[in-house]
Ligand binder design. Structure first.
Ligand code: ZN
Length: 136
């Protein structure tokens, strides 16, 4: 995976994080997906006063991409203002395993100058449920 591609995707995630709606946590998280034809779709976390309704940046970006018709993803960047960096939560891992199983996942701090961490979905969520029996 080339560094230019990774850095471009991280930049898109950083840009999206600036538009996070995080009045409660103050944590501005950004995510960006790269499609197999090189398009980038990004999103940020959206929080609710009813905390359980909060949606992570990865899911916002994924839902945007899916509802724009994209189905094939090669890479995902996730940026968080934390050290250590956030990795996708369990709910996001499920959706990423279903809809972006082959994507490389880069997690990068937006506040600490440390290298991006690289993961694969099969290590983030081994033995994932990726379809319902009889649905294919
Ligand atoms: Zn999540």
């Amino acid at each position: 995976m080339d560094e230019k591609k990774r850095d471009r995707l991280i930049e898109a995630a950083l840009d999206a994080a600036e538009r996070a709606v995080a009045p409660y946590s103050g944590l501005h998280i950004g995510a960006a997906f790269e499609t197999s034809d090189g398009q980038v779709i990004a999103g940020a976390n959206v929080e609710s006063a009813s905390y359980g309704l909060t949606c992570c940046a990865e899911r916002v970006a994924l839902f945007k991409a899916l509802t724009d018709g994209h189905r094939d993803f090669t890479a995902i960047a996730l940026v968080s203002p934390t050290d250590p960096v956030f990795k996708p939560c369990g709910a996001c891992r499920q959706l990423l395993a279903e809809y972006a199983p082959n994507a490389v996942v880069w997690c990068k701090s937006s506040t600490v100058d440390s290298p991006a961490e690289e993961y694969r979905l099969n290590e983030l969520l081994p033995a994932a449920l990726v379809s319902l029996p009889g649905s294919e």
